[in-house]
Design a protein around this ligand. Structure first.
Ligand SMILES: Cc1cc2nc3c(=O)[nH]c(=O)nc-3n(C[C@H](O)[C@H](O)[C@H](O)COP(=O)(O)OP(=O)(O)OC[C@H]3O[C@@H](n4cnc5c(N)ncnc54)[C@H](O)[C@@H]3O)c2cc1C
Length: 411
């Protein structure tokens, strides 16, 4: 039976372990931290990622803890509507876009891993180096007290996030792409934006005060993510937040008018590793590629990666595919980043931060399409189907018997 080592017990690593466990593959996750990361990051998972969460067996729990948003609206900073996608989540679809803060998603995934005898999650295990040859793969791990351990497996999957040590062991500091000249401040706040007419997802287009405001929990917590000058230190960002809120949010709230839970500054990047496979070591999610958070393609793309990686490893375990399917994984997932995730997420950021809002409906092709979709069914269908462009079915590379067995399992 194949043994897989996953580096990183973040959402992508945990989801991968559950997908492999379903096929009987034993997976050990090693994480450097003492517990789940609870910083305010992802919250929105597109239908392509929802399919992966469903395959991992966690969707019911994600849905009962989370919410399905109503409309997605682009606005000027005075709150007036530019255009809108009604019922953006396609609520009647089984793949409906779902919202759940990352820390809560992590808790659901971890609980399922802990209940699964094929998955072992180990904390305080910092991977320092990885390598592989034709017989197997290994990881050098620093444990508490500074001691080193050597772990072996048939394959290693690097799901260890943006600063991935697995990626660095393979490519040093090579991580081609760019860093935007902006920092994004992700805040979680109780402030009833819906009372001011805001929908569940709002993008405010403004060269100075651009932001995204979205409802992220059933009890009315909102994520407000806005841009700041990169010269501000984390302390200056925190000190500036009340003035920024008062200027840009409807109702011009002062600190006593809202309950602020988190303020998290992030530099934002568009970067992709030179390859997603070297020998018996693969990269997935943030370890493999990064994008800015506008449009929620980061973890969505990462979950689609691990869904595909699981298809490859399960196919190999069952004898339906040989090792060359992992080279396909490398080729196709990099292509999806270059052709879908990178251009769309870059456009999403430029749309809010560098577009003249008064010209948006005549100059921005995407918003022109959104406007058309309000009355034209075929355009709306095109928009709805567009969210699956990041997907790829790796079972098509299985043997005939494998294709039939996986198609039957999907029914
Ligand atoms: C403000 C913001 C908002 C976002 N919103 C969205 C959104 O709405 N939708 C969306 O899809 N994406 C969003 N994203 C992106 C999303 O949060 C990330 O893509 C996602 O968290 C990446 O998951 P991961 O599992 O790859 O990595 P991580 O979540 O970073 O997990 C990596 C894990 O690896 C561990 N680790 C690191 N180094 C080592 C090591 N050497 N040894 C062992 N373990 C190690 C860490 O402790 C951690 O547990 C957002 C990001 C930001 C910053």
């Amino acid at each position: 039976m194949m043994q897989v080592l996953v580096v990183g017990a973040g959402p992508s690593g945990l989801a991968l372990a559950l997908l492999l466990a379903k096929a009987g593959i034993k997976t050990t996750l090693l994480d450097a931290a003492p517990k789940l990361d609870d910083r305010p990051r992802a919250a929105h998972y597109a239908p392509s990622a929802i399919r992966v969460l469903k395959a991992a067996g966690v969707l019911e729990d994600v849905r009962s803890a989370g919410l399905i948003p109503n409309h997605m609206t682009w606005r000027k900073v005075d709150g007036s509507v530019i255009t809108s996608i009604k019922d953006v989540a396609q609520p009647s679809s089984p793949d409906a876009l779902t919202v759940l803060p990352l820390n809560m998603l992590g808790e659901v995934l971890l609980r399922h891993c802990e209940e699964n005898s094929n998955v072992t999650v180990l904390w305080n295990k910092k991977v320092m180096d990885v390598g592989s040859d034709e017989k197997g793969a290994w990881a050098v791990v620093e444990v508490e007290g500074g001691k080193e351990e050597r772990w072996t497996a048939d394959y290693i999957c690097g799901c260890d996030g943006a600063n991935s040590q697995v990626r660095k062991s393979l490519f040093g500091n090579e991580f081609p792409g760019k860093t935007w000249d902006a920092q994004i401040i992700a805040t979680n706040v109780y402030y009833p934006l819906d009372k001011f007419g805001y929908d569940d997802i709002n993008f405010i287009i403004d060269n100075e005060d651009y932001y995204m405001a979205a409802k992220i929990t059933q009890d009315g917590l909102w994520r407000v993510s806005y841009g700041e000058d990169t010269r501000l230190t984390p302390e200056e960002v925190v000190a500036h937040q009340p003035a920024k809120y008062e200027r840009m949010l409807p109702g011009n709230p002062k600190p006593g008018d809202y309950k602020l839970l988190n303020v998290g500054p992030y530099r934002i990047h568009q970067r992709m590793a030179p390859a997603f496979r070297v020998g018996r070591i693969m990269l997935a999610a943030d370890a493999a590629h990064l994008c800015n958070p506008f449009g929620g393609l980061g973890l969505t793309g990462g979950l689609v990666d691990v869904g595909n990686l699981a298809e490859c490893l399960v196919g190999m375990e069952k004898g339906w595919a040989d090792d060359s399917i992992l080279t396909k994984y490398d080729e196709i997932r990099r292509q999806k980043y270059q052709e879908v995730i990178n251009p769309i997420s870059s456009d999403n950021f430029l749309r809010v931060s560098a577009t003249d809002p008064s010209q948006a409906l005549v100059k921005d092709q995407f918003l022109m399409m959104v406007e058309k979709a309000r009355t034209d069914k075929a355009t709306r269908e095109e928009l709805d189907q567009g969210v699956f462009a990041v997907c790829h079915d790796f079972t098509q590379y299985y043997t005939k018997a494998g294709r039939e067995a996986s198609a039957a399992a999907r029914l």
